[in-house]
Design a protein around this ligand. Sequence first.
Ligand code: OSB
Ligand code: MG
Length: 369
Amino acid sequence: MKIKEITLRHLKMDLLYPFVTSFGEEKDRDFILVEVKNEDGLTGWAENVAMPTPYYNEETVKTNWHMLEDFLMPLLLNREFSHPNEISEKLFAHIRGNYMAKASLEMAAWDLYAREQNISLASALGGTKKTIDVGVSIGIKDSIEDTLKVIDQRRLEGYKRFKLKIKPGWDVELIDKVRKVYPDIPLMADANSAYTLNDMDLLTALDDYNLMMIEQPLAYNDIIDHAELQAKLKTPICLDESIHSLADTQKALKLGSCKIINIKVGRVGGLTEAKKIHDYCMAHNVPVWCGGMLESGIGRAHNIALTSLPNFTLPGDTAGSALYWAEDIIEPEVIAESGTITVPDGPGMGYKPSMEKIDSFTLYSKTYR
Ligand code: OSB
Ligand code: MG
């Protein structure tokens, strides 16, 4: 595989509903799309999941464009690679961090590789599932009543797991009221690092609600305090922000910092590393699920392919396009029927990027050779 040309596009797409977390409000997705092209004109696509602001992690759209343009793309352009694993190795050899930037380029190369082989991205990754189960991530609303309405709607649509964003002041009372109305739904909470060990009483109070897990309650870069908290909870802790690699996963599991891992391809630097984390967790009986970053259809397609691996046993955050977008940028859009998505079996990511829609959302683009 030889990449002869790379196009970066900066897109902005309005979300149908604003998404509120403990770190802020998202009204739109403002992001980079990566398109790589080989000598024969075949293309591979990926979505860069960095946000415009450094509130989820330290990366931003601008730092990602800079890393891609000045450091990462020059490592790949016009060089021969026999497998995307080698591309991952190359991107990680000397450059520290910048996981989302690396991931977007590596994922585009995986899509191209699968297209060159004329197989699906899912099968290129070793995926076995034909369908995947998905849940929803429900942002912070103006009232608990509003939250209950959304849960009800998503239940009727068949989504298989309900994740509620929490933050100080929007936590125990919320979970308590939701559990009173829905004693048995698969329910979990995601704090996006909004608490510290000083909140131990509040965090242990959440232990009484039969939650599937509590996602990233403590600092975004911590695994020590999470181990102390996990020792006091029967509810599994799931780590999101703290995990960037297989090595992080091994350390967190060794310390007992969590019992479940949320794998986001962007956060761990690509599909090669995501698969390593998946394989290690599978060998150690640790369930994983695929997280989301409010992706457009292109990022969603990669998440679906990854989730076809066998140890993605818990429903992920990759809901259908219709929960996010008036019009998605792939054809067909992602359809979740009764909380289940069929893994496409066409070549590459299995969905067609719609050039017309992509162009309509593009603010700026640049091609590199
Ligand atoms: O913590 O999982 C998270 C969205 C943006 C940043 C971080 C997170 C999220 C979500 C939304 O929870 C998942 C989705 O619907 O894509
Ligand atoms: Mg999270």
